[in-house]
Design a protein around this ligand. Structure first.
Ligand code: FMN
Length: 191
């Protein structure tokens, strides 16, 4: 049976989008074509997900929660008994710490999975990007404070990408492996 994939991201500063793009590129190399779509532009209708082989969600965290459009999707997902299989990646700065980059070790991901009763076939947390110059004054002070508490950089000129791209590669490889094992195939491209 031919079953298409969907890849959605929720971002404010672009890192979740870059990660989604990277996943799409890797999946393309495995023969699974998929275009990342911004959840803020359009939330998928639950009916629109029927017949989909796997939904992949890459969601950034702000102030302790995934972005609202991702929470909305998780909520729809958790309530739909016939929802397609899900792979989820959370993007946040806590994940830069050893042990905080897994579904169990990352509190945001763990809580989202539990709260929305998700049963992802794959779940990982990726460290995001810290770019103080982009943030509004209050956000900058808040993040600097959090960084001070957690031993991160507080210099307001700091711009660091903490994302471990080899882990993003591993996530994409895990998805390709799951697709192969589950027998799902990408819809052939029209020529
Ligand atoms: C206003 C603001 C609030 C944030 N809150 C958190 C947080 O509560 N926990 C965390 O680990 N990271 C937090 N972050 C870090 C973001 O998750 C990180 O920068 C991520 O790369 C953002 O993804 P995006 O570029 O796709 O928007 C915050 C960042 C900003 C700008």
């Amino acid at each position: 049976m031919l079953t298409p994939l969907r890849l959605y991201y929720a971002t404010r500063d672009g890192q979740a989008q870059r990660i989604a793009r990277h996943i799409a590129d890797r999946l393309g190399e495995f023969g699974h074509a998929v275009d990342p779509a911004n959840l803020a532009a359009k939330l998928p209708e639950p009916e629109g997900l029927s017949g989909v082989g796997l939904v992949i969600v890459v969601a950034a965290v702000r102030y302790g929660r995934h972005l609202p459009e991702a929470v909305q999707l998780f909520s729809v997902y958790g309530r739909q008994p016939s929802a397609p299989p899900l792979a989820v990646a959370s993007v946040n700065l806590t994940a830069r710490k050893p042990g905080k980059d897994t579904a169990e070790g990352n509190a945001y991901l763990r809580k989202a999975i539990r709260r929305h009763r998700l049963r992802p076939v794959l779940a990982m947390a990726f460290a995001g990007r810290l770019d103080y110059a982009r943030y509004r004054w209050l956000d900058r002070q808040m993040i600097r404070f959090i960084m001070k508490l957690t031993g991160g950089p507080t210099d307001p000129t700091t711009c660091v990408e903490f994302t471990a791209w080899d882990r993003v590669d591993a996530f994409a490889a895990g998805i390709a492996d799951w697709l192969e094992r589950s027998g799902a195939q990408e819809q052939p491209q029209a020529r």
